[in-house]
Design a protein around this ligand. Structure first.
Ligand code: TRP
Length: 447
């Protein structure tokens, strides 16, 4: 294997990790879930489950990666020394492959919309017209495929440069840029007539809206949005410096995730309320509802360009991290050069992403169990595979790994978080696995 790669600075570490967690999950998924599940009440629940349930597992993944020093499979097999437990690593890699296959399709749409925004084609559109355009675009298939492949190549172009010179260097530029654009957009949105209504929706909780289902939706969203449960954080964990405080890094990373979710809400809800639209329009929110709003608002031309460019930045810093899970695995386990590993991943993704995009074309035969591949991967990965893989990862961290070694790594050799550790371990051993099981049972509609 080539010499060990790592992040250079704390800011770079947080930019790369923040880049992974902040993505379509925050800008596309979070607002529509919050819209459907009571706004402020959902935000509040999201905050608690992120910090209490998901962050402990994130810290464990960092520890496994840093101690194992390898990709998710390599780290698990070195640390557990077991043929069986290391298979959990294969599973994580498979899920990452599935996720990036549909993630690149959605990110490709964002690129297409960026292009449309530049051409000014949202002017005066109605939701009806947007829906027809979107359906037409998906039905054609070739556009979807081309944009998804372009997105994959852009991702690969950064990953191929390596951890420090590629991932860290570019996320250090892209993340602050993305956050600045988002702040600018939110100020504009809040100042729209009646924008305050949207702010109220996001911040004034109606506690009556909180129920078991809402909590579990928030939990599922937190896993996805914090990139936890399938090895991304193990892979990146291997690049975290030996002297770094893992509790601090995880807090900074999850606070960025939360802030960006709030900021996206502050961009979307004031605009939605200002134009008298219902905030519960689901996954269509950013691709159908927003363009309609951009088409009517003053300055909508510039705003739409800024918005879709920002979505692109958020998406690519996340896809870099998923791509890296696959590349690091090939590179380390098969002793390949980084470039060769990246080429293999590109080839695999050309097939899987194209198939995913084409499976959405009406009448396509790319179907399994009656679902098209897009819905299958999107649902299968978040409903079935994510909780399962997160559960197994928790069991390994809390029950299988050597207790002394695990404590040593999580507390950075007794330097940080020593007093917190017993509480931390309690959460990881009992609360986290139990809530994941509940999440799973809820998602397969048993509770
Ligand atoms: N967290 C990213 C988002 O919010 C997506 C993502 C990146 C991810 N890596 C992941 C999701 C690993 C699950 C697992 O868009």
């Amino acid at each position: 294997m080539s010499k060990k790669e790592s992040f250079g600075s704390r800011f770079g570490t947080i930019a790369a990790l923040g880049g992974s967690v902040v993505g379509l999950g925050n800008i596309w998924r979070f607002p529509y879930l919050a819209g459907e599940n009571g706004g402020a009440a959902f935000l509040l629940v999201y905050f608690f489950v992120s910090f209490l349930i998901v962050v402990p597992l994130m810290i464990a993944e960092f520890g496994i990666g840093r101690r194992g020093g390898h990709n998710v499979f390599g780290s698990l097999s070195r640390l557990t020394g077991s043929k069986y437990w290391s298979k959990v690593g294969y599973f994580g890699i498979l899920v990452c492959f599935f996720i990036i296959s549909f993630y690149s399709v959605v990110a490709g749409w964002a690129l297409d919309f960026l292009c449309e925004a530049v051409m000014g084609s949202f002017k005066g559109v109605t939701a009806e017209v947007m829906r027809q355009r979107m359906d037409g675009f998906i039905a054609d298939g070739s556009g979807s495929v081309a944009w998804a492949l372009l997105f994959i190549l852009a991702t690969a172009a950064i990953v191929v440069l390596g951890v420090k010179k590629g991932i860290e260097r570019y996320t250090k530029i892209m993340m602050p840029m993305m956050v600045l654009l988002l702040i600018g957009l939110s100020v504009y949105s809040i100042l729209l007539p009646n924008g305050a209504e949207g702010v109220r929706f996001l911040f004034k909780p109606d506690f009556g809206k909180i129920n078991g289902h809402v909590i579990l939706v928030a939990l599922g969203q937190a896993f996805f949005s914090l990139s936890v449960g399938m090895g991304t954080m193990v892979t990146y964990g291997a690049y975290i410096k030996k002297s770094e405080n893992l509790f601090k890094v995880a807090t900074a990373v999850s606070l960025s995730d939360f802030s960006v979710a709030v900021l996206s809400g502050l961009v979307i809800f004031p605009a939605v309320f200002s134009f008298g639209i219902n905030p519960t329009s689901g996954p269509d929110l950013i691709f159908i509802t927003l363009p309609q709003i951009f088409g009517q608002m003053q300055g909508g031309y510039v705003i739409s360009i800024v918005f879709f460019f920002m979505v692109f930045l958020a998406a690519i810093t996340s896809s870099i991290s998923i791509f890296e899970v696959l590349a690091a695995f090939l590179l380390q386990e098969f002793n390949l050069k980084r470039r060769t590993a990246v080429i293999w991943v590109i080839l695999a993704l050309i097939v899987s992403s194209s198939a995913t995009a084409l499976s959405m074309v009406p009448g396509s035969s790319l179907k399994l169990f009656g679902y098209n591949l897009f819905d299958l991967l999107n649902d299968a990965s978040s409903i079935w595979m994510l909780p399962l893989s997160a559960f197994l990862m928790t069991v390994i961290a809390a029950w299988v790994l050597d207790k002394k070694l695990f404590r040593e790594e999580i507390t950075t050799h007794g330097k940080y978080g020593v007093r917190l550790y017993p509480y931390y371990l309690f959460m990881l051993k009992y609360i986290v696995p139990v809530t994941i099981v509940l999440l799973f049972l809820n998602q397969i509609r048993i509770i």
